[in-house]
Design a protein around this ligand. Structure first.
Ligand SMILES: C[S@@+](CC[C@H](N)C(=O)[O-])C[C@H]1O[C@@H](n2cnc3c(N)ncnc32)[C@H](O)[C@@H]1O
Length: 238
């Protein structure tokens, strides 16, 4: 694979991995806004086999293993995976693999997972019909998919003046320590690909900041209490 063929966010996450690993468990936006909401949607996983799709440095993998799951964590960034292995361990209950969510999940047989968690990773995938079709293939009937992503309102003007046409899937960039390319999409292009692939929509959460967020980021609390930043979804395979 040449760098030109690499998934859009791989290089950025390879570069960000060290900082991400240090900050993700304490950063107010992750730890006190996205994580509490997404994790609240995950059902009992004790004894279940779960795919952590876009596992990054393994925050959700660790949480799932602590609750009795066997977890396969996949990510496209070797550097992020390196931190996941360091922090969670590649052990009896965990397996980490390099895999691209834009491609078929060749390592996974049909109906081999009880659940899939995909936190903040799908923004880097252009075609949600393809990825949800793969999720549908590898999930057992009745299996769950919990995912989180940027909220379509937060990713559109006035919050994001780079966006041009609400109704399009647009490739944009955000500036963290490095430029991170991502795709924004309308709300319908989040839910319809899910429904078209046989998922039943169960719950949607538009998280609001916790009290701990207010203590950590008082200057952002007021704004984030009024404006959605993330969208968290639970769906079930029919
Ligand atoms: C914001 S991080 C989220 C990581 C983790 N789920 C969490 O909540 O901390 C996004 C992750 O998606 C991964 N990613 C981006 N594009 C991907 C792709 N096409 N296939 C698999 N993983 C991808 C990145 O490497 C990065 O680790």
């Amino acid at each position: 694979m040449t760098a030109d063929d690499d998934p859009i966010a791989k290089a950025a996450y390879d570069e960000l991995a060290e900082t991400y690993a240090t900050n993700v468990r304490t950063n107010a936006y992750n730890a006190e806004l996205e994580f509490p909401a997404t994790s609240s949607l995950i059902p009992d996983v004790d004894g279940k086999r779960i795919l952590d799709a876009g596992c990054g440095t393994g925050v959700y993998t660790e949480w799932l293993v602590e609750r009795g799951a066997d977890v396969v964590g996949i990510d496209v960034s070797d550097e992020m995976l390196g931190h996941a292995i360091e922090q969670v361990g590649d052990g009896d209950c965990t397996e980490f693999r390099r895999a691209d969510l834009e491609e078929p999940l060749e390592f996974a047989t049909a109906r081999s997972f009880d659940g899939i968690v995909s936190a903040l990773a799908l923004s880097y995938v252009e075609d949600w019909r393809q990825v949800f079709s793969e999720f549908a293939r590898v999930l057992k009937p009745g299996g769950f998919l919990v995912f989180s992503t940027g909220h379509p309102i937060d990713e559109f003007p006035p919050e994001n003046d780079e966006a041009e046409n609400y109704f399009e899937v647009e490739r944009l960039t955000k500036e963290w320590d490095v430029e991170v390319p991502y795709y924004r999409r309308p709300f319908s292009e989040m839910l319809n690909p899910l429904l078209e692939n046989g998922f039943r929509l169960e719950t949607i959460v538009e998280p609001q900041p916790t009290d701990a967020f207010a203590e950590q980021r008082p200057e952002r609390y007021e704004k984030e209490s009024r404006n959605p930043v993330f969208l968290c979804v639970r769906a079930t395979m029919r």
